[in-house]
Ligand binder design. Structure first.
Ligand SMILES: *[C@@H]1O[C@H](CO)[C@@H](O)[C@H](O)[C@H]1NC(C)=O
Ligand SMILES: *[C@@H]1O[C@H](CO)[C@@H](O)[C@H](O)[C@H]1NC(C)=O
Length: 237
């Protein structure tokens, strides 16, 4: 006969497994799926936010923390609770010139800086949908894995993307070629593999760092087109 305690433990295990199964679905999924997934983390309607963008940011950050961050040994995201997303550790808000009434100036999440947090997890497809104003993403020296979801193409204002020293895999993340504002790209020390798309060197980037991946080395004919003042493709060691 199964005791009450055992039954409860079995239920807890089942829920844990279901939770893990759900989490694994939010990698590189469609925008529709990602949006409906993030909506499960919507703040209660009674919570006050300065504007709807910050309410959407709340859901995106909670979906990330609660389903796609598996380890946070230094408690970097411990402050990610409640409605004041601008006070979350590593989350930076700024007035948006294009948002918030006639002259703009509505507060939006403009940056995420988790450098050296040693966090393990992945990038959910819902993240860019709830944070479309991001100008800066710095994830240097964490344990993020998986691929860069296609929904990153929504980050029209993204200027700096630093994914260096993580465990990202898969082909070169082509989605970065579709980011009109991107100027700084650092993919060093990951497990990206395959060839480097020549189109990268036609992009208006100031700095490109690709070394210490599994990328193949043909020197693209259009390398000279790149306006970047720094291009580091191969390991210097
Ligand atoms: C993500 O999914 C889309 C659509 O299925 C696919 O075209 C794309 O290559 C995938 N991206 C990655 C990085 O796996
Ligand atoms: C993080 O929080 C947990 C649980 O509250 C605690 O046991 C641990 O010591 C904290 N770690 C650090 C580095 O503060």
């Amino acid at each position: 006969m199964i005791s009450r305690g055992h039954a409860a433990a079995a239920w807890a295990l089942l829920l844990l497994l279901l939770g893990a199964a759900v989490a694994q679905h939010e990698g590189n999924v469609s925008e529709e799926y990602a949006a409906s997934f993030a909506s499960r983390y919507d703040a209660p309607p009674s919570w006050a936010f300065p504007n709807p963008r910050l309410r959407a940011a709340y859901a995106a950050l909670q979906a990330w923390k609660q389903t796609a961050i598996f380890s946070d040994p230094s408690n970097f995201t411990a402050s990610w609770v409640g409605a004041n997303v601008c006070a979350y550790n590593g989350v930076y808000c700024a007035p948006s010139p294009g948002y918030g009434g006639g002259g703009g100036g509505g507060l939006v999440v403009a940056g995420i800086d988790l450098n050296h947090a040693d966090i393990a997890g992945y990038l959910p497809a819902s993240l860019p949908l709830g944070l479309p104003d991001l100008a800066l993403i710095h994830l240097n020296s964490n344990r993020f894995c998986g691929v860069v979801p296609d929904t990153f193409r929504r980050l029209r204002l993204l200027h700096e993307l630093d994914l260096s020293n993580n465990r990202f895999v898969g082909a070169f993340p082509e989605v970065v070629l579709a980011l009109p504002s991107l100027r700084y790209l650092d993919l060093r020390f990951n497990d990206f593999e395959g060839s480097i798309p020549p189109a990268l060197f036609d992009r208006p980037l100031d700095a490109i760092f690709l070394n210490s991946n599994r990328l193949r080395n043909p020197i693209p004919a259009n390398l000279g087109n790149s306006p970047a003042s720094v291009v580091l493709m191969f390991s210097m060691d």
